[in-house]
Design a protein around this ligand. Structure first.
Ligand SMILES: Cc1cc2nc3c(=O)[nH]c(=O)nc-3n(C[C@H](O)[C@H](O)[C@H](O)COP(=O)(O)O)c2cc1C
Length: 164
C-alpha cells in the first residue's frame, strides 16, 4: 500500500526536464512544483553564465515556490545537468528546503550519457541518500523511449519508501 504524500520539484531551461517530470507525475499521485530561475538563461550568454555558475556551485535567485516541501513524505527532485553539475535553480531550492525533506529521489536530464556529479551534488545538498535515481538523455526524451525507466524509478521509490 502506497499512501505517501509526494512532491515532484524540478527546474527546466528548455523543457526536457519538465517533460520527464510530467511523465513521472502520470505514474504516481503527486503535486508538481516548477522551480523558476529569476536569472535570464536564454541565448549564448545565458548558456555561458549558466555553465560557469553551475561549475562554480553558485546559487541563483528563484521565484517563491507554491508547495511547502516539509509537508511531503517524499520529494522527487529533477534537474538538467549543467557542466557536469546540478543546475543553479535546483541548488538554490535545495539550499532553502532540503533540511525539511523526509525522503528524496533524484532525476536528471543531460545531452550525453556520460557520468557526472549531479547526484553527488544533490546528495550532498540534501544530506540524504536517495530512494532511487533516474538519468535520462535528451535523445531518449525526444523519442519517448523512457517510459519503462520512469515506471521502474517510481517502482523503486515505492519499494524503498521505508529506507533512506
Ligand atoms: C549551461 C548548460 C550546461 C550543460 N552541460 C551539460 C553537461 O555537462 N553534460 C551533458 O550531458 N549535458 C549538458 N547540458 C545539456 C543539458 O543537460 C540537457 O540538454 C538537458 O536535457 C536540458 O534540460 P532542460 O531542457 O530541462 O533545460 C548543458 C546545458 C546547459 C544549458
Amino acid at each position: 500500500m502506497f499512501n505517501k504524500r509526494v512532491l515532484v520539484a524540478y527546474y527546466s531551461r528548455t523543457g526536457t526536464t519538465r517533460e520527464v517530470a510530467h511523465v513521472l507525475a502520470q505514474n504516481v499521485t503527486c503535486d508538481v512544483e516548477e522551480i523558476v530561475d529569476k536569472v535570464n538563461r536564454k541565448g549564448i550568454f545565458g548558456f555561458i553564465g549558466a555553465a560557469y555558475a553551475a561549475l562554480r556551485g553558485l546559487p541563483t535567485q528563484i521565484e517563491n515556490t507554491k508547495y511547502d516541501a516539509s509537508s511531503y513524505d517524499i520529494v522527487i527532485i529533477g534537474t538538467p545537468v549543467w557542466a557536469g553539475h546540478v543546475s543553479c535553480a535546483v541548488r538554490t531550492y535545495l539550499e532553502r528546503n532540503a533540511r525539511n525533506f523526509k525522503k528524496v529521489a533524484f532525476f536528471s536530464t543531460a545531452s550525453s550519457a556520460d557520468d557526472d556529479k549531479v547526484f553527488i551534488d544533490m546528495e550532498e545538498l540534501c544530506a540524504k541518500k536517495p530512494l532511487s535515481v533516474l538519468r535520462i538523455t535528451g535523445k531518449k526524451v525526444k523519442s519517448g523511449e523512457y517510459e519503462k525507466e520512469a515506471k521502474k524509478f517510481i517502482g523503486e521509490i515505492i519499494a524503498n519508501q521505508n529506507k533512506g
